[in-house]
Design a protein around this ligand. Structure first.
Ligand code: DC
Length: 212
């Protein structure tokens, strides 16, 4: 049982994925945290983040794990650092390198295999690239202004600035050559704009029950 949950930020993907995993009794993997930890590792080396070979070399040498919602880089808990602004600002660039994606896709598949092939996996390319044969694929979406308001209330920022940042990251994520953000084949699209959190979670959990 592999459930993939893709979609842009500000759709409630993270909180929804965690709640769905817990209700369905499945392990949860946040692949964005893998890209963020890889970015943190690259930032700690004196390399140019535009240099795909240099970034790939750093990422191939790190160890990544996720356990009960915490992210570990080379054995250290980096759950707080990976949410820092310097990481958020650089992660789209690091995740645009094909070699970085190749390494991290393989680590994500390995993580799920270690969890007996059962998981709710969230990200941007999970149903399209990482697990194209998943049991159930969900694509979460929401209107841009709704996403910006949710994001602003999360980080306490000016909504106009947040709209601008989201638009910039959406553009980078959906136009990059390597695995751009797309609606995977066969995915159920759930627009969360006018649904409550509980309604979204219930809808996905009932889709999972229908597959079990
Ligand atoms: O979901 P997030 O904001 O933590 O993701 C961080 C970045 O990683 C975001 O710019 C998109 C990228 N990402 C990706 O390219 N592929 C994934 N499977 C997950 C995240």
């Amino acid at each position: 049982m592999i459930v993939t949950i893709d979609g842009p930020s500000g759709t409630g993907k993270s909180t929804v994925s965690k709640a769905v995993a817990s209700m369905a009794g499945l392990p949860h993997l946040d692949t964005g945290a893998f890209y963020r930890a890889a970015t943190l590792a690259a930032l700690s080396e004196a390399i140019d983040l535009a240099d795909a070979n240099a970034v790939g070399a750093v990422v191939s040498g790190i160890s990544l794990d996720q356990n009960r919602g915490l992210m570990f880089l080379d054995g250290d808990d980096v759950s707080v650092e990976i949410r820092e602004e310097r990481v958020t600002d650089a992660v789209s660039q690091v995740s645009s390198h094909a070699e970085v994606r190749r390494i991290l896709v393989s680590r994500q598949r390995g993580w799920v295999a270690e969890h007996e092939g059962r998981a709710v996996v969230e990200g941007r390319d999970i149903g399209s690239v990482v697990f194209p044969d998943a049991t159930l694929k969900i694509y979460l979406d929401a209107r841009p202004e709704v996403r910006a308001m949710r994001r602003a209330s999360q980080v306490g920022d000016d909504p106009d600035q947040v709209i601008e940042d989201l638009a910039r990251r959406d553009h980078l994520d959906s136009t990059r050559e390597a695995s751009p953000l797309t609606v995977p084949d066969g995915a159920v699209i759930v627009d969360t704009s006018d649904l409550t959190f509980d309604e979204v979670v219930e809808k996905i959990v009932s889709l999972i029950s229908a597959k079990s």
